[in-house]
Design a protein around this ligand. Sequence first.
Ligand SMILES: [Zn+2]
Length: 628
Amino acid sequence: MAEPIRWVQTNLRQTDASLDSARLVEQLADMRANVLLIGMGGIAAYYPTETEFHYPSPSLAPGRDMFGEVLHSAHTRHIRVVGRFDFSKTVKQVFDAHPEWFFRQANGEPVIYNGLYSTCINGGYYRAQAMKILTEALDKYEVDGLFFNMFGNQSRDYSGHEVGLCHCDACQTKYRAMFHKELPFKPDDDYRKFMFVSSREVAKAIGDLIHAKRPRAGYFNYIQESTDGIMSESNTAVDRPLPLWPYSASDNVNRARNSEPGKMAVNLNMQFVDMSWRFATVPAPEIALRMWQNIAHGGALTFEVNGTLDLQDRQALETAKPIFRWAAANERYYTGEESAARVLLLGASQTTGRTYPTEPYRGIFRLLSEEHIPFAVSDNINWIGKREFDLVIATSWAPPELQKYAQSGGHVLVISPNPPEFPIAEVVKTTKDLKGYLRIRDHAQFPSLKDTDLLLLDGAFTEIRSSVSPPLTLVPPSMIGPPEFVHIDQHDTSIPGIVIRGNITWIPWDLGRLYYHLSLPAHAHFFRDVIDRINPNRQLKTNAHPLVEMTLMKQRGQTLVHLINLTGTSQTGYFPPIAMKDIRVDIAGVFTHAETVRNARTLAVHASRQHTEFVVPQLADYELVVLK
Ligand SMILES: [Zn+2]
C-alpha cells in the first residue's frame, strides 16, 4: 500500500525449472518491474523440498535451488518475490497413499487431468498437508508474499469438461452437518454457500500461517477475505459471449479498491487468448488498455506470461515494457491513490451466496463511464453510510441497508425489474418478458429526450401501483405484423416506468441490460436526465468523447484525473486509440495548479465558485492530470 507495484507474473512450466535465474532477473530489472510472481511449489516445486507428498519438478537439476537463486538475485535488484502455489492437483503417488484427500465425482471416480489428481478443499491435502508444505517454504525462504491458484473445487477442468461437484466423504459429512441434507448434483445457492465457507476456512488457515511465519509477506489469492491483496484477472476466452468487456481491468480494480480499501488490488493482465493457446497473444492495445486502467483506479501495474520472458510471441511483452518504464519514472503518482468519486455503484455481492447477472451491472457501469461520472464500485455493503456519496446506484442487488441509508438522507437509485429487498412501492406483478415501450409523459423532466416520445422496453418489467401521474409510463405489447397492422392496437397505460419516493428512485425495468446489449442513445439520455434530476451538481463536467474513460482520485493532498483513450476498441478489435485534442474539464473543487504528466505541460486553470476548469491539450493513449 505504501509503494508503487509493477508486478510481473511468470506462470512457469515444470520444465522452466532449468531457467537462467540471472537472465530472468535482468529482464525484470530492465523493464523496471519491482514484483515477481513466480512458481514455487504445489504441483511442482522449484526448490529441493523435503516435505512428504511434495515433489520437485523433474527438470530441477539435482542439488539446484532455482527458486532460491531467483529470490536472491531479485532481492539484490530490489525486486520482491511472491511465490506461487497450486494445491488443487497433485500426482498419483499422493492419491494412492491418501485417496480420501481427493475430489470424488458423484460416480466415485477421481478427477484426473494430464495425470494429475484433483484434491478437495475439504480434504486432508488442503487442510493439513498444504500447511506442512508451506511451513517448509516459509521457514526456508524470505519470500515477500505467496499466491495461490485455483482455490475451491473447480467444477470444470482446463479443457472445459464438467466434472460436477465433489462427493468425497469430507464434503458429504460437512454438507450434511451444515444443511441437514445430501449434497446436490448441480450447484445451487446452498452449495455455493458451502463452497464459499469451505474455501474461506482454508484461506484463513493459510493466511494465519503466512502471517505467523513471515509477518511482512503478503498473502494473495482470488478471495477477498483474509488476504492482503485482492487478485483478479483481465483475461479472454474464445467461447465467451459477445460483447467484449473493454472495462474489465477498471471493473476489477475499482471494485477491489472500493470494497476493501485497506488492500491493494492486483488485477492480472493475462497475455494469452485462451487455455488452448497460452502462447498466442491478445491484441497489444488490449494489454496496454488494461495497464492504464489498472493504475488509473489505484491498483498495481501488472503483466502476466506463461513460461519465462523469452517468449515465442513478444508483442505483449514489448507493449508492457515501455509502460512499466514510464510508470517507474513517474511512480510518485501511483501510490496511496484513493477514489474521490461521489457516486457509488453497488456490485453484486457474492457473500450472499447467490449469483447475480453481470449484464445489468455492466450496462450501468458503461453509462456512468460514458457520461464521465466518477464512480466507485463496491460489493461491500459495510461501506454504506461510512463514506460520503451523492448517490448510490443498485442494479441486481438492492439490500435493506439502502433503505436505512436513504432514511438518513442519502440518495438511492435502484435500476432493476427485481423488487428491492425493502419496500418502496406496492408491487402488482413482475412480467418476465415484455416487448413494449415506455412513453415520455413529461418532457420537462427528460430534456435530453426532446426528439423521442418512446423508449424501447424488452425483458422483465415490474408493475407498481401508483396514485400520482408518472412522467414515464408503460406501453404494453401490441401487434407487430403484417406492416398494415403494426401497433394499430397500441394503447397507453398509467403504469409507471419510474417511481420516485423521497430519496429513492426506482426504475423497475432492466435499463442496464438493455444498454449493455443495444447501446441506444435514448436509454443513455434517459439515464443522464434521471441522474441530473437526483444530483444536479455533477462532480465533473467535460466535452470528452464517451470513449474517454476518466477517473478521479485523491493522493496525499492532491487530486488526480486519469484519462484513458478507449477509441481503439471496436467489436472484437483493439487498435491504437485515435489521438484527441483540447478536452475541457470542469471539476468540483478550487485548484490553483494543473499539470499533465504523460505529455508534460503546465495547464492554465480557471477557478470559480467551488469549480475549476482546465483544458487537456492532447490525449494519445493515456494522460494524467495532477491538480493542487
Ligand atoms: Zn470433497
